[in-house]
Design a protein around this ligand. Structure first.
Ligand code: UDP
Ligand code: MN
Length: 246
């Protein structure tokens, strides 16, 4: 029996939001065992997201929580300047911990940003996670892909191939790991934080749960790329056609 995959997705209002959410919701429609926890970065739930959920036929929990104004990326700021999705991922964690029960509910938790590109094959890998599973992520960290370095004999993770601070305790992108629900529920203090150094969210969060030696390399011993850290160009919009939800 397949474990439930809890996919936690922070999302925020901008021109490309519906396009992004359409893309990933239709990927999720091809995954039989998924519960989508979609967390809007807003004070109120929006009709756009409500409509998209209603159209999706997916099992969805719709939440909202706004990023504190001082933590929000300004329009002209470079993206590394602020943490993104912190408040929303924490709201997802809080929902899991308040609604699911250790030793009763079984599943795996995956942080699924709304702008990445996901193969349906990734979800077959996520379903295999016993504690913490890891795999390569395409188009990130200044490389064509970030990946794990495995010991040739033992097959265990011994290091990271990343173009950016490969000496982090866990040099793994948010899209490159998933955590068993049991672990998430048994460490209720584990969450993301604005206090963490920029670029260290993943590393510090994973440190609550595991060690490098324990990581479970998936995706054919990390030889396959099933997720890409794509980014969507911000469109230039010079006019608004009224009466259309875009
Ligand atoms: N996000 C958000 N509020 C924001 C900016 C981003 O909820 O103000 C979400 C975004 O939709 C995505 C995640 O946080 O799911 C990561 O953001 P982004 O893709 O911009 O970051 P990057 O990939 O550059 O780390
Ligand atoms: Mn992104």
């Amino acid at each position: 029996e397949l474990p439930m995959i809890y996919a936690v997705t922070p999302t925020y209002t901008r021109y490309v939001q519906k396009a992004e959410l359409t893309r990933i919701s239709q990927t999720l429609a091809l995954v039989p065992n998924v519960h989508w926890i979609l967390v809007e970065d807003s004070d109120e739930k929006t009709d756009l997201v409500r409509n998209l959920i209603a159209d999706s036929n997916l099992l969805v929990t719709h939440l909202n929580t706004k990023t504190p104004v001082i933590e929000k990326l300004g329009d002209k700021d470079p993206r590394w300047k602020k943490h993104r999705g912190v408040t929303q991922r924490n709201a997802g964690l809080k929902w899991l911990r308040s609604n699911l029960e250790l030793n009763k509910d079984k599943g795996v938790v995956y942080f699924m940003d709304d702008d990445n590109t996901y193969s349906t094959k990734l979800f077959k890998e996520i379903a295999k996670v016993k504690k913490v599973g890891v795999w390569p992520v395409g188009l990130v960290g200044g490389l064509n892909a970030e990946t794990l370095i495995l010991d040739q004999h033992t097959g265990k993770v011994v290091g990271y191939r990343s173009g950016w601070k490969a000496d982090r305790k866990f040099a793994i992108d948010m899209a490159g790991f998933a955590i068993n629900l049991d672990l998430i529920l048994s460490k209720p203090e584990a969450q993301f934080s604005y206090e963490m150094e920029k670029g260290f969210q993943e590393s510090e969060f994973l440190s609550y749960f595991t060690s490098k030696e324990e990581l479970e390399p998936l995706a054919d011993n990390c030889t396959k790329v099933y997720v890409w850290h794509t980014r969507t160009e911000k469109p230039v919009v010079k006019g608004i056609v009224p009466g259309l939800e875009v």
